[in-house]
Design a binder for this molecule. Structure first.
Ligand code: ATP
Length: 258
């Protein structure tokens, strides 16, 4: 494992015209690190994730990523093709709405196998085998491999999206509220599954959530945002058990009161 961070984010700022999306966000992320970004609606969480995924152009700041070959690249310097290739191979992005992260007209096996093909796998039998293995890993019966996700429940779609993202063993996974919008019991199982996979694969993760319980279960470190700015960051247990900032105290107290 390298002593250098996988991701080094410095002074990241995004204005939408006059409106602030996020300002001066800095952090680094090492292999195996899980960082939760929390905050109320409009605090800039999605903006930050969009910048990290290269879907938004920063107004200022930069994101340095250490590639598999140990060379560091500034994401802004990559052209569209190189950025997409990176997203398909070394990175994953689990979206809140699985319909945005899956190809709904393509079979479950195709959704998972496509990522292997993007990484260069060509052997059909092996691709199908690995796709089937991954379906089972995310608790989808392998015999449903030829169904499209249209016939899957919300929880199954989300698990399929996770399989699609993790099958290639990415080094960094961005997650946007992966458990919201699901029933509480489905959420709990999914969280368990994500926690197991993240640990087993030693993934580095940036997870956006408004749910402090999700942050507590999944993350080692937490970053609290408000009105586009980072107001507190540190070890998750420390920040949640003993928040230094008055706003974080309120956020934690409101969960306890709920
Ligand atoms: N495309 C856009 N154009 C203009 N302003 C935007 C755009 N997207 C976000 N914003 C603004 O940027 C600020 C941060 O929004 P953002 O969506 O990043 O917050 P969030 O924490 O993800 O909220 P939520 O939890 O509701 O998704 C808000 O004031 C929002 O109105």
């Amino acid at each position: 494992m390298s002593a250098k961070p996988l991701l080094d984010v410095t002074g990241l700022t995004k204005f939408y015209g006059q409106r602030l999306g996020c300002e001066d966000v800095s952090f680094d992320l090492f292999e195996g690190d899980v960082l939760a970004v929390v905050g109320e609606s409009g605090s800039g969480k999605s903006t930050l994730l969009g910048l990290l995924a290269g879907e938004l152009e920063p107004t200022a700041g930069h994101i340095d990523y250490r590639q598999q070959n140990d060379e560091t690249v500034e994401l802004g310097s990559l052209d569209e093709g190189a950025r997409r290739a990176l997203m398909r191979t070394e990175w994953g992005f689990v979206r809140q709405d699985p319909r945005e992260g899956l190809r709904m007209a393509v079979t479950a096996g195709g959704n998972v196998g496509e990522r292997l093909m993007a990484k260069g796998d060509r052997h059909y039998g092996q691709i199908r085998q690995r796709a089937g293995d991954w379906l089972e890993k995310v608790e989808i019966e392998a015999q449903r491999i030829d169904e499209t996700p249209r016939s899957f429940s919300g929880g199954m779609r989300q698990r399929l999206q996770i399989a699609r993202n993790l099958v290639t063993h990415p080094r960094l996974v961005l997650m946007d509220e992966p458990t919201s919008g699901l029933d509480v019991s489905v959420q709990a199982r999914l969280l368990d599954l994500i926690r197991g996979l993240v640990t087993d694969l030693g993934l580095a993760v940036v997870i956006v959530t408004h749910d402090l319980a999700v942050a507590r279960i999944l993350s080692h470190r937490i970053m609290v945002m408000r009105r586009g700015r980072v107001i507190e960051q540190g070890l998750t247990d420390q920040v949640l058990d003993d928040p230094a900032d008055a706003y974080t105290q309120l956020l934690v107290a409101s969960v306890l009161a709920a």
